[in-house]
Design a protein around this ligand. Structure first.
Ligand SMILES: Cc1cn([C@H]2C[C@H](O)[C@@H](COP(=O)(O)OP(=O)(O)OP(=O)(O)O)O2)c(=O)[nH]c1=O
Length: 191
C-alpha cells in the first residue's frame, strides 16, 4: 500500500482548513454539483448521494490514481432538511425552527479512487437556546450564515447559541476528521 495523490473536491474553506490537519499534501478541485433532495429521499440517503456525486465529479477533473474526497453537510430539524439560506426570509424561518430546539447536523464524506468508492457519515445532535428576533437579525448581518448549511457556523458567532452538543463537533463544521482519515486509509488499503 502506498500513499496516493489526494484531492479535495470542495469549495468550502472549512473543509480546506480541516483537511490540512491530516498533514498530507492535497490539491483542490471545485466541481459544480446540483443540490436538490428528491421526493421520498431520506436525509441520510441525500447527504450520502451528494458527497459521492461531488467526489465522482471531482475525480473527472483529476488524474487517474488520485484519491478524491467529496463531502456534504445538512441540518435536519424535525422533518425539514435545511441547507444554505437563499435569502433573509428563508434564514429567519430556519432560525425560528432551530431556536430552543435540538436538531441534527450530518456530514457525509465520500472517497473515490478509480473504481473504488466509499462513503462515511458522522453526525451530532445540537441544541440551540431560544433566540430573540434581534439576535436572529444581528446574526444575519454578521455575514456568517449565508454560505452555511442550516444558516449557522458553530465555529463562529453561532457558538454562543449552542447549549448542548452530542456527537461529532467536526461533523457540524463540515469534515469529520477521524472518519475522514479512516476513509482514506481504508481506500488506500484496498487499492
Ligand atoms: C452547520 C454548519 C455548516 N457549516 C458549513 C460547512 C459547509 O461548508 C457548508 C455546508 O454546505 P455544503 O453544501 O455541504 O458544502 P459547500 O457548498 O460549502 O462546499 P462544497 O460543496 O464545495 O464542498 O456549511 C459550517 O461551516 N459550520 C456549521 O456549523
Amino acid at each position: 500500500m502506498s500513499a496516493k495523490a489526494l484531492a479535495l473536491a470542495s469549495g468550502s474553506p472549512r473543509r480546506f482548513e480541516l483537511l490540512q490537519l491530516l498533514d498530507r499534501p492535497f490539491s483542490v478541485v471545485r466541481p459544480q454539483v446540483p443540490e436538490q433532495i428528491q421526493p421520498h429521499e431520506t436525509p441520510l440517503a441525500y447527504v450520502q448521494r451528494l458527497a459521492l456525486s461531488k467526489a465522482q465529479a471531482g475525480a473527472k477533473l483529476c488524474d487517474a490514481g488520485t484519491l478524491v474526497l467529496g463531502a456534504d453537510t445538512i441540518v435536519v430539524c424535525g422533518n425539514e432538511v435545511l441547507e444554505k439560506p437563499q435569502n433573509y426570509q428563508h434564514f429567519v424561518s430556519m432560525m425560528t425552527m432551530l431556536s430552543g430546539n435540538t436538531h441534527q447536523a450530518v456530514t457525509a464524506v465520500a472517497g473515490v479512487l478509480n473504481s473504488i468508492e466509499d462513503v462515511v457519515v458522522s453526525s451530532a445532535n445540537v441544541t440551540f437556546k431560544a433566540l430573540s428576533e434581534a439576535e436572529i437579525e444581528a446574526y444575519w448581518h454578521s455575514g456568517e450564515p449565508q454560505d452555511k448549511a442550516g444558516g449557522y457556523g458553530i465555529q463562529g458567532r453561532a457558538s454562543k447559541f449552542v447549549t448542548h452538543l452530542e456527537g461529532s463537533y467536526f461533523a457540524v463544521v463540515g469534515l469529520p476528521m477521524y472518519e475522514t482519515e479512516q476513509l482514506i486509509q481504508t481506500i488506500e488499503g484496498r487499492a
